[in-house]
Design a protein. Structure first.
Length: 133
């Protein structure tokens, strides 16, 4: 469907339903070497903690161990910017998926030695975004 970009993420609107999008994203991430470390159901959490009703919104903490290791070897505090978060949300009646742009890590650390690794991670996440129908 639609793919857009913001300065800290890659956005995609999909024709898939919310649950289907989550399954498709998780499978596509696995094909690119990413596993899901965390899954936060923001809708349920805010309802429970604050009694706020909001549309479906899930944050997935995706990690490619090989890429993370390279970053942490040269930028020990890089873990503050990991994992690469993926958001799946219902917004304006459609399902949208957003992927953290790994370029944020290079930009914030100003460490040029991780540029190739960051580019690799971004290429992988862009392929995942492009694979979502």
């Amino acid at each position: 469907m639609t793919q857009a970009s913001i300065n800290y993420g890659i956005l995609r609107t999909t024709s898939l339903g919310f649950d289907e999008a989550g399954e498709a994203v998780t499978a596509a991430l696995a094909e690119e070497g990413f596993g899901i470390l965390t899954e936060i159901d923001v809708q349920a959490t805010l309802k429970k903690k604050l009694d706020i009703d909001r549309p479906k919104y899930t944050i997935l903490g995706a990690c490619n161990p090989n890429l993370a290791n390279v970053v942490l070897n040269v930028e020990p505090w890089g873990g503050l910017l990991l994992p690469c978060n993926v958001v799946i949300q219902e917004l304006d009646g459609v399902t949208q998926v957003g992927f953290m742009d790994p370029e944020v890590i290079r930009r914030e650390t100003q460490n040029s030695t991780i540029a190739e690794t960051v580019r690799d991670a971004k290429d992988r996440l862009t392929r995942v975004a492009n694979s979502i129908p």
